[in-house]
Design a protein around this ligand. Structure first.
Ligand code: ADP
Length: 180
């Protein structure tokens, strides 16, 4: 288990399925309709049950880089924070700033709801095609910048579905946050 403390805050890396995590909120890498899709989005909707889609219909979509919160229904997580990552278009269409906004806005929504623990998938790195290495740097550095301070969020878990992604995050996190 990879774990690092930043003051009284914790950052953890976990390899596996985000739908299994009993945290206050899991983050969904959604599309702008918020009406479900493939990848992690499909897995979250399947595990949460049809009530999640019903609540998502009331939200009327979400712009890229923004985030919206729902209940977790049949998930072990109490809430789902739906954020819409950018589709990779080569890097000069503001993708980095939009990806950064996904992490910042998800963390601030968690704080606004007084949540203590949140788990992120590797947003945009599946069908949206964001280069994994660059996306990992943005994910880890953005969370590390925003975690200290007055936020209610005390623990952030990065959930990597594949072993290769887990290894990449281990390497990037060691570079960016230092070794134990
Ligand atoms: P995007 O459209 O934002 O690229 P994807 O769902 O296609 O979203 O992929 C985002 C990341 O989520 C990928 O790294 C993929 O391997 C990962 N992923 C897919 N299913 C799960 C899951 N059940 N738990 C955690 N991560 C997952």
């Amino acid at each position: 288990m990879w774990i690092r403390s930043l003051g009284d805050r914790l950052i953890r890396l976990h390899q596996g399925d985000i739908t299994k995590l009993a945290v206050d909120a899991i983050v969904n890498a959604a599309n702008s309709s918020l009406l479900g899709g493939g990848g992690v989005d499909g897995a979250i909707h399947r595990a949460a049950g049809p009530e999640l889609l019903e609540e998502c219909r009331t939200l009327k979509g979400c712009p890229t880089g923004q985030a919206k919160i729902t209940k977790g229904y049949r998930l072990p997580a109490a809430h789902v924070i739906h954020t819409v990552g950018p589709i990779w278009q080569g890097g000069s269409a503001g993708e980095a700033e939009l990806l950064r906004s996904c992490y910042v806005n998800s963390l601030s929504l968690a704080d606004a709801h007084g949540l203590k623990s949140i788990a992120f998938p590797a947003i945009s790195t599946g069908v949206y095609g964001y280069p994994k290495e660059e996306a990992a740097t943005i994910a880890i550095s953005t969370v590390a910048e925003h975690l200290p301070g007055k936020s209610s969020v005390k623990e952030v878990v990065f959930v990597l579905y594949s072993e290769a992604d887990y290894r990449l995050y281990e390497r990037k996190a060691a570079q960016l946050l230092g070794r134990e």
